[in-house]
Design a protein around this ligand. Structure first.
Ligand code: SF4
Length: 446
């Protein structure tokens, strides 16, 4: 039997990692970290103690770019050897202008470029122990939930968005690959899978719904087929970033059957047909209201999350009033809003529409969030007295914190749980809801 040194990381080269941006960027970070660990690099928390720093940037909004530049600056100051990757990497000249001394700049998913830069900055350990690597790869999320990316890029051309420019058109993964990754994650203890992509409902379109092998069968790269397979894993499966295509209606049946969580994250962005047209988004929000009604009549527990942009160029007061009315009708469960930012390179900047002044944007944002707060408070109140399944995210001896099926991690509400026995992270418990506030619930484990 081969003997291993007691401490195989003592002399390992050390990398400190900053991961900024959305869950899709987080999945890229996981890929890079998996590669680093596979090659024997150790991850450390402080820049000062590292041999090099990797900053995975976000370039979606100007505020995100500023945050990325600040993170690069801090890493340069504390360490000096900085490798930049991610969405903002598409703007190498902006990064070089602010920080000329970074070692390398690459765009999203440029894993080879990042690894080449790492090798140049600090050579890998001589004899990495490949079997230190868990089969499911390294996850940056807690052990009980994981993001599963089913495709990259986007073939839509929303006028405010530069993601297709940064990440390219839709590229779907073969269904068999996704299902194998999902199975590994479940085997490693994951209880909840969060399905992500830029455009989840478009899955498979680019590869003509190609078939691939999984276990003893053939699976089509079709949204509904993939969901049906994932629904057989016996865990929570939550859908994010679903563009409101007509075929989304099919997945509601799987939710009614309890195979997929009754949760849909659909970025509606606005309600005024005029603004939606300028955004190049699907424009019939009256029909969308009818669809929401029919989804809810089939699946009364359906939770809807969405995001909206207020203050888009050309948004007049009556467009905004239409949005508020629509919100009042739709009664969504979770809503996020952004004030429009003219991202460099976005088509919306060239539409010739008048921009909305910052003070008007601010006041519309506040009015929008107030309206949603009232809706959320009312919807949560209706849950008091009910029994719900709650997945525990944070354990304590008598007080724990978790989420119901209606809440995605990081972005939605939480359930504070009182229990007469200690609860474990990742455990799913039945909780009687005792009270509610605007965003969170409190209850007792039964
Ligand atoms: S659907 Fe629109 S907003 Fe979403 S990534 Fe594609 S282009 Fe951007």
């Amino acid at each position: 039997m081969t003997q291993r040194p007691a401490d195989n990381t003592a002399n390992a080269p050390k990398i400190s990692f900053v991961s900024l941006g959305c869950p899709k960027a987080l999945v890229d970070s996981e890929h890079i970290i998996t590669r680093l660990r596979a090659e024997g690099y150790e991850l450390v928390k402080s820049h000062a103690g590292a041999d090099a720093v990797i900053v995975n940037t976000c370039g979606f909004l100007d505020s995100a770019k500023a945050e990325s530049l600040a993170a690069i600056g801090a890493a340069l100051e504390e360490n000096g050897k900085v490798i930049v990757t991610g969405c903002m990497g598409a703007e190498a000249q902006t990064i070089r202008a602010a920080h000329p001394n970074v070692l390398s700049i690459s765009g999203p998913q440029a894993f080879e470029t990042v690894m080449d830069a790492v090798h140049e900055a600090i050579a890998p350990a001589h004899d990495p122990f490949f079997d230190l690597l868990p089969a499911q790869g390294i996850k940056l999320t807690p052990r009980h939930y994981a993001y599963l990316k089913i495709s990259e890029g986007c073939s839509n051309r929303c006028s405010f968005c530069i993601i297709p420019h940064l990440r390219g058109d839709l590229v779907s993964r073969p269904a068999g690959d996704i299902l194998r990754e999902a199975e590994k994650l479940v085997g490693a203890g994951v209880k909840e899978l969060l399905i992500i992509s830029q455009d989840t409902g478009a899955y498979g379109r680019d590869i003509s719904y190609a078939e691939s092998r999984f276990a003893d069968r053939t699976v089509r790269a079709k949204f509904i087929d993939l969901m049906r397979e994932l629904g057989e894993l016996g865990i929570w499966v939550r859908l994010h970033y679903v563009y409101p295509y007509p075929h989304i209606d099919e997945v509601i049946e799987l939710m009614v059957e309890g195979k997929i969580l009754p949760y849909l994250d659909i970025p509606f962005q606005h309600a005024s047909p005029k603004v939606l047209r300028a955004m190049r988004r699907p424009g019939d929000q009256v029909k969308t209201l009818e669809r929401i009604k029919s989804w809810r009549s089939l699946c009364p527990d359906l939770t809807l999350r969405s995001t909206f942009i207020v203050g888009f160029p050309g948004e007049a007061e009556d467009d905004f009033a239409m949005l508020l009315d629509w919100l009042g009708e739709a009664r969504l469960d979770h809503v996020g809003a952004f004030k429009y930012e003219p991202v460099e390179g976005a088509a919306a900047n060239d539409l010739g529409l008048p921009s909305v002044p910052p003070d008007v944007q601010e006041s519309r944002y506040r009015r929008f969030m107030e309206r949603q707060r009232a809706i959320s408070t009312q919807r949560l109140k209706q849950k008091v007295g009910r029994h719900m399944q709650v997945i525990i995210d944070r354990a304590g001896s008598r007080q724990a914190e978790g989420r119901s099926k209606a809440d995605a991690p990081e972005i939605d509400g939480k359930v504070r749980v009182t229990s007469h026995r200690p609860l474990r992270v990742g455990e799913i418990v039945s909780v009687k809801i005792d009270s509610a506030d605007a965003y969170d619930l409190s209850g007792t484990a039964v």
